[in-house]
Design a protein around this ligand. Structure first.
Ligand code: FEO
Length: 399
């Protein structure tokens, strides 16, 4: 059975949802599922904008057939070649053999690499190229490394629709509600949108900034991403989030405490610090156990808060592995501009503080507070005095 939504008078959403997939990219948990968005325009020519993941191909083909209503498909614009969107390209060619594929040179190269049979089908486009489908004229805008090198976005100058590829997307399946004004985005979606952006695109902040600059010169009426809700108003809210995330600026002044504990003693120290912070009036405090929290959630929250406290036990004379993985992921995603405080623990040779500091110092524009706390097995009264000093330092640095 088809399941479609009208976006404008002649543009339809024909994507679908996968609520069965556990791990997006086989790494990031998606308890709320994910949508794969595809759109079809009915003009003098019929145009498909991206396909979908293989998992929902049948639904997608039924949707497309319903919207085309017996017409043939003239064009397939591939803004992004990653298989969660381009998996069904060959299925489309099989059903609509006269279709022409519109994409960048690199996207065509990737299609060959992935073994697609596309010879004679490709119309290559580059930055600034135009194409008319009848009433609708579109311009293609290169979006390299947002987040693959072949990516582009397509802007329909006739109705102001921006097909934004992965940009402005989110984890989370669509429960019938397609548009941003049909959901409470700030309550129900922002955490998944942030987790999607920071983990999938986060490394490429400067490239996102360059795309945002281009977007600021056009009159956008709709943003049609490849995942999550379609935006038709309140663009300032979304653009502000993207601007902050891509400049690695925190959204909020607040303290995120991430602890790595074996027997609860490092956790006890983290609890003590959190309590002291709140008593000092710093109430925007969140705590996470590095062993129990998937690193994609830690990364997302790390992009949100200004201050981080990393408290780690020493393990094999190194940083406790889940904490190490988290810091390495931070580094891989190019995180910058945060203030850190460090707490180490060790029963005979505490090392984790020094090692965490070394890793953080290799990252850009990170401030690491001097008063590091070193615990031997458990927190003592004397450690409590040092922790009071640390709270003062954190409070001072938040002014
Ligand atoms: Fe949603 Fe980069 O693919």
């Amino acid at each position: 059975m088809y399941c479609i939504r009208k976006v404008t008078e002649d543009l339809y959403w024909i994507g679908g949802n996968d609520r069965r997939l556990e791990l997006f990219e086989n790494i990031h948990p998606i308890p709320r599922g994910v949508s794969y968005n595809s759109y079809v325009l009915l003009d003098e020519k019929t145009v498909l904008f991206d396909t979908v993941d293989w998992s929902i191909c049948r639904q997608f083909l039924e949707n497309l057939e319903k919207v085309l209503d017996g017409k043939t498909l003239d064009y397939m614009v591939i803004n992004h070649m990653e298989p969660d969107h381009a998996a069904c390209v060959e299925e489309i060619i099989l059903r609509y053999p006269d279709v022409k594929i519109v994409c960048t040179e690199k996207a065509a190269l990737f299609m060959h690499q992935f073994g697609f049979h596309i010879d004679g089908k490709i119309t290559e486009v580059k930055e600034g190229d135009n194409m008319s489908f009848g009433k609708h004229n579109v311009v293609f805008v290169a979006a390299p490394m947002v987040h693959w090198p072949e990516a582009m976005v397509t802007y329909d100058t006739t109705n102001g629709v921006l097909f934004s590829a992965d940009a402005f997307g989110s984890f989370g399946a669509l429960d019938g509600k397609l548009f941003n004004d049909e959901v409470n985005f700030d309550r129900d979606w922002i955490d998944d949108a942030r987790r999607y952006y920071t983990n999938i695109v986060g490394k490429y902040g400067p490239h996102v900034q360059s795309l945002l600059k281009k977007a600021s010169t056009i009159d956008i009426k709709f943003i049609c991403p490849l995942h999550g809700p379609v935006w038709r108003n309140d663009f300032a809210y979304l653009l502000d989030k993207y601007d902050k995330w891509s400049r690695y600026e925190p959204e909020e002044k607040g303290v995120m405490i991430v602890y790595a504990t074996m027997y609860g003693n490092t956790e006890a120290a983290a609890n003590s610090l959190a309590t002291k912070l709140v008593e000092k009036g710093i109430k925007n405090v969140v705590m996470y156990d590095a062993s129990k929290t998937h690193v994609s959630y830690l990364i997302s929250e790390t992009f949100k808060y200004s201050h981080l406290v990393l408290a780690s036990v020493t393990y094999n004379l190194k940083i406790y592995p889940p904490m190490f993985d988290y810091i390495m992921d931070m580094k891989a995603l190019n995180l910058q501009k945060r203030t850190f405080a460090l707490i180490e623990n060790g029963s005979w040779a505490p090392q984790s503080g020094k090692l965490m500091r070394e890793l953080l110092e290799e990252m850009k524009e990170m401030t690491i507070l001097d008063n590091e706390i070193s615990l031997n097995s458990t927190m003592k009264e004397t450690d409590g005095i040092l922790m009071d000093d640390l709270v003062l330092s954190i409070a001072e640095s938040m002014k």
